[in-house]
Each structure stands twice: as structure tokens, then as C-alpha cells.
Design a protein around this ligand. Sequence first.
Ligand code: CAO
Length: 414
Amino acid sequence: MEQALKGIKILDMTHVQSGPTCTQLLAWFGADVIKVERPGGGDATRGQLRDLPDVDSLYFTMLNHNKRSITLNTKSEAGKKIFSKLVAHCDALVENFAPGALDRMGFSWAQIQRINPRIVYASIKGFGPGPYEDCKVYENVAQCTGGSASTTGVIDGFPMVTGAQIGDSGTGLHLALGIVTALYQRTVSGKGQRVECAMQDGVLNLCRVKLRDQQRLKNGPLKEYPQFPNGEFGNAVPRAGNASGGGQPGWIVRCKDWENDPDSYIYVIAQEGAFPGLANAIGHDDWLNDPEWNTPEARLPKLDEMFSEIERWTLTKTKFEVMDILNRLNVPCGPILSMEELANEKSLRETGTVVEVDHPERGKYLTVGNPIKLSDSYVDVSRSPLLGEHTDEILSELGLDIEEIRQAKEHGAV
Ligand code: CAO
């Protein structure tokens, strides 16, 4: 079996998280990803949140699988020459520097196009054109400016960021789609193009349902929100605790031993079609003939009471027992799984979503593999490169002979 992106060469100028998640996906689909790093320290995440002294951090290793690493000082004259060769050699350049960094190195889009008109030039920035276009941005800044934080959190509590890296990894995903789309268009147009994703835009795209609710607010209260019917709605979409974002009410309820296990909870959705089974299971078959309870509209103003009754039942069972019983009744539900449980989940290991990788300096560690499964393109997760591990190999692929490589080293370019 071949790999979908075999033969595609990516000039990977990414660092930290957002860009590296994008190029890691492309590498998993078979692209040759050449990660360019500054001589000395390389990607800052190599040294961040280290759990072992002098060993690449898990932060770095888990974002840079299947790539090759070349060190290159793109600000030195000799480095710029090599960088130009890389631009000519590759199908896509991907970067997520602070705004203007590549231009300051002397590589504007116009210059890059002159070197290689077929190249796709893909960037992640914090913001698109506008008042904040020059700002540096990290994950939580994007969550706050993209509408996620203002709509996440407990009712009447302060805004909250989520554990899911929707600003970084979410935007990396968006960019990867942009790159393969541009490469596809190139097969017809013959030329490359610019692909840009702003983290604010990526987060807002993932918060689409909240912009939906912002507009619904004009026409009356959001009846599925916990603020209805007793609380007040202001001018903007409020935080809704754990209420479902869709048309079916849902909530997190406690399960047996929740006092000792911080993850003994389950999310239960009271979907209309499965409601009779749910009511029966929790011992409330009386609701089925009671007009106060037997329609979704009748239940809407008393969802808190309904979920307390569901919880009275779930408190007598483990989250997995609840899952077993309710799944058989077609009631959508999901246990709150801890990272410990996910790391040990057999089915995730079998599908390659959780993978054990061996690293020459740190030994074995777990990572999240490719969550996108193609039937005709295999994924083989291999370890992240050491800093500059492939410098000589890549330089000779660019046509430099041994003497030129020696000189590049002597000039501190690599
Ligand atoms: N050779 C020479 N110089 C290099 C180099 C190389 N191989 N690689 C990077 N540099 C230089 C850059 O050119 C830049 O120099 P200038 O400031 O003179 O232009 C400098 O290193 C620092 O780059 P940076 O400004 O991007 O890095 P930072 O640590 O200050 O900022 C970040 C990091 C993430 C805030 C910023 O890159 C950013 O806003 N990126 C866009 C948004 C983004 O992706 N954020 C997600 C990060 S993960 O949460």
C-alpha cells in the first residue's frame, strides 16, 4: 500500500504547537517533512516542560513525529542560499512565526514565488488582517478571542478555556486542509498559492453554534440553556455549563463513588426518540403518560429536575454500568474518561489512535497517532527527529557536496 502524500515535500518552518500539528498530519499521510530549526536550541518546545533532563520534551516529541530535522540559520547569507534551495525543492512551505518574520528574513511571498512558482505557502497567525494583525498569539489567547472562553464555563462563573487545544491543534487541522486543497488545485492550475489560517478564525469556526445562538437570542430566550426559564439572558450568548449545544438536552451527572473518583461522571443526552427507554431505566415510567413530562416541550423548563432524577439513578452505578445499560436503550451517553483511562484503552491502541513510540534518548512513550483513517494509505508513527539529525542528508539531497557542507558548517549556517 502507498501513502497518500508520497512524493510531496514540505518545508516545515513551524514551531511550538499550531504549525507542527499541521505538518505532522501531512507527514503521517506520507509527505517528506523537512523541519528547519535554528542552530543551537531549535524549536523552543524541545526544552519546554521537560520531564527528563537534557532529553527532548514530550511536548516536542508528540508534535513532530515522522519528520526530518535540519538546522539552518536563515538570517545568515550562507543560510539564505540554502533556504532558497529548499524553497525550490519543496511543494509547500509551512510557517507559524510571529507576523512578518519570514519577510524580515528576506523571503516575501513575491520572492518565494519567484524562486518556486509552484510552491504553496501556508501560514498560521493569531489574527487575520485587522486591528490585531501584528499580535503574537498562543492557544489560550485564541480561545479567548475566538468566542470559546466567553461561552465556556459555569453559569455566573468567569470565562473558561478548555483542555482541548482548539486554537493550536484546531488551526493546524484547518491549515492542513488548506494545504492539500491548494496542492489539489495546483494539479489543474500549475501554480502554488498562499494559504492563511488565523487562530481566531479557526476557534470561531469551531464555535459556530454559539454564533447561531447569538442570533437566536434576538427572537427569544435560548430555551435549552440552563438559564431558562428562571435566569436572565443578557445581550450576548451566556456560558451554559454542560448543557448540550444541539437540539437535544444533555448534562453531566454523577455516578457511584464520585466522592472519591474525580472522573466518576457520565454525559447523558435525553434524546426524544430514546426518552421512553431512559425514563423506564431510571424508574420513571410514570413520566410517559404524564403531559407534564411526556413531550420535549413540557420537559424544557424543568431540565434541572429531569437530570436530578436521572442522577439519582446514575449515583447507584459506575459510569461504565450506566453506559452499558443506556447504550442498549439507544440513549446517547458518554463516560467522562480520564487521561489515564484513555492511555490504557485497548481499542484506541488497536486503531493506532494511541501509539507507543520508542525514542533513542527518552525510551518508550505514548502519543496520539493519526485520528484520520484512510483505507488506502497506511500510517506508521515514527519518533521525532533529534535536533539537526538529518542536516547532512538533506543538504546533500539539495546538491551540496562534502566541501560545501563543511563550509556551511564553518559559517554557522547549519
Ligand atoms: N534562523 C534564524 N532565525 C530564525 C529561525 C532560523 N531558523 N527560526 C526563527 N527565527 C527567528 C524569526 O525570524 C524571528 O526573528 P525576528 O523577530 O527578528 O523576525 C525570531 O526567530 C522569533 O520568532 P517568533 O517571533 O515567531 O517567536 P516567538 O517565540 O517570539 O513567538 C509565537 C512565538 C508563537 C507567539 C509567534 O511565533 C506567533 O505569534 N506565531 C503565530 C501564531 C501561532 O502559531 N501561535 C501558536 C503557538 S502555539 O501556542
